[in-house]
Design a protein around this ligand. Structure first.
Ligand code: NDP
Length: 294
């Protein structure tokens, strides 16, 4: 039997509509508008595209955006000062520093300088630390991992007591998603490049989150029948039949795995659209906390 497709695009649109309604209510009842500051250093085309789409998404739901497009040769101190100014700006409730930063910038120091009350990316060491500790709540959870859990929740897929396997242990996806699954009382196994007999470990999963960046690595016979498969991977593979000469695939061999799994996210249209939706969600959550609105 074929798996139920988890339509991340549709779910993200629902979330954006919910966020938009909350923003309108904040404005009407309290005269307050949530604000997101984006900090872009340098002229990387991919980073420019990401920041542009984040600003556009903000505009669509009524969040004010404050763009800082900075030269690639900005000094550490100047960049730190911009972050400090944004920390002090009461109209800004979320600060997003687009990564990667140029090599001469100490990324850890910059991310650590963002006020944890405005850390909408959830990468501040304090927020990550709280995410990793029992009975501690981070103020913000990183957007892509939060999006993965939201997809499970919106599909009513139970997490508690389930075997969850996370492929990948990066700071931005694998590790935080594993911590979130642990917080929700799954039994979590984290796999990485040194894991032995990966197929056997993956086969234990009721919930599988793949975030390795290896095109179609997870095969049909790695997956437990009925499992929920969340594919975070975004990989461009050559395809001369496509206009750009390539197409996007996930870390999961979709056609094979959908015949075995109970639920599966497609690529594109699965986790991808959830990241920006969760950024908007985090920004509004931050603004409500700032203004003391329930
Ligand atoms: P990283 O490269 O930072 O991490 C990859 C992880 O996968 C590492 O922990 C690595 O192990 C592990 N890994 C690599 N190869 C193997 C292998 N053969 N077997 C087992 N484990 C392996 O990637 P990211 O976490 O940043 O991103 C992962 C994927 O998710 C990418 O395709 C990326 O494009 C996508 N992505 C999608 C987002 C979205 O949908 N919005 C957002 C962010 C990322 P080790 O630690 O041992 O090196």
């Amino acid at each position: 039997m074929s798996a139920q497709i988890i339509d991340g695009k549709a779910i993200s649109e629902t979330i954006r509509a919910e966020v938009k309604a909350e923003v309108e209510e904040m404005k009407a009842k309290y005269g307050k508008v949530p604000g997101l500051a984006t900090v872009l250093v340098g002229e990387r085309k991919d980073s420019q595209t990401y920041v542009r789409s984040k600003k556009k998404a903000c505009a669509e739901v009524g969040i004010a955006s404050f763009g800082h497009d900075l030269p690639a040769d900005i000094s550490q101190e100047e960049l730190l000062q911009i972050v400090r100014d944004l920390n002090a700006n009461p109209e800004v409730h979320g600060i997003l520093v687009q990564l990667p930063l140029p090599p001469h910038i100490d990324e850890e120091e910059i991310l650590g300088a963002i006020s944890i009350e405005k850390d909408v990316d959830g990468f501040h060491p304090l927020n990550i630390g709280r995410l990793s500790m029992k009975r501690r709540e981070p103020l913000f959870v990183p957007c892509t991992p939060r999006g993965c859990i939201e997809l499970l929740d919106r599909m009513h897929i139970p997490i508690e007591g389930k075997e969850a396997v996370v492929l990948g242990r990066s700071n931005i996806v694998g590790l935080p998603v594993a911590m979130l699954l642990l917080h929700r009382n799954a039994t979590v196994t984290i796999c990485h490049s040194r894991t032995r007999d990966l197929p056997a470990v993956v086969r234990r999963a009721d919930i599988l989150v793949a975030a390795v960046g290896r095109p179609e690595m997870v095969r049909g016979d790695w997956v437990k029948p009925g499992a929920a498969v969340i594919d975070v991977g975004i990989n461009a593979v050559p395809d001369p039949s496509k206009p750009g000469g390539h197409r996007l695939v996930g870390d999961v061999a979709f056609d094979e795995v959908k015949e075995v799994a109970g639920f599966i996210t497609p690529v594109p249209g699965g986790v991808g659209p959830m990241t920006i939706a969760m950024l908007l969600r985090n920004t509004v959550d931050g603004a409500k906390r700032f203004y003391g609105i329930q």
